[in-house]
Design a protein around this ligand. Sequence first.
Ligand code: HEC
Length: 157
Amino acid sequence: MGRILAVVAGAFLAAGALLGCTEPGGAARPEAAQPLSDERDAIPLSDAERSLVLAEMRLMLESTEGVVAGLASNDMRAVEQAAARSGLGASGTVDQTMHASLPEAFVHMGAAAHGGFDDIAILAREGAGVDAVTMRLSQTLSQCTSCHAAFRVERHD
Ligand code: HEC
């Protein structure tokens, strides 16, 4: 087992070296799985706007954590509360307050992610089972990953 791991690790290091995934100092980069060029569209934002967007992201991750924890312990009240914090109705989501600074596709995916949390809260409140809530969570998480694949934020003055 240890030998197999060593072979696999060796293969990764060799691939990294071939692809030039080394720092100037020669150490392999831990994030070697990342694409070498960043093809995501950059959204230019002021520091304050960027902080708002990232704070909202962290809130959505917290909601995800709460929903998964609630599902794991079959506590639908906890699922509902965690999801509701990131719903469209939660006060001042960035796609509402910063609409003008954000690309249309970003606003659309952001609203879909928030709407997903609303649906999860409703499902949990109305007594839907773990399977139905998990399915809606998985659809909601695909909004996260699609948007993350498409966009990054960039500071402008
Ligand atoms: C509408 C687009 C969009 C959606 C939907 C989206 N994100 Fe993001 N998220 C971003 C962008 C853009 C960044 C900044 C990435 C960068 O600049 O490298 C980001 C960053 C983050 C970060 C890092 C925050 C920080 O402080 O650096 C977390 C965590 C995150 N997102 C979680 C989530 C989760 C969880 C979801 C889904 C429930 C989600 N995001 C949905 C666009 C989105």
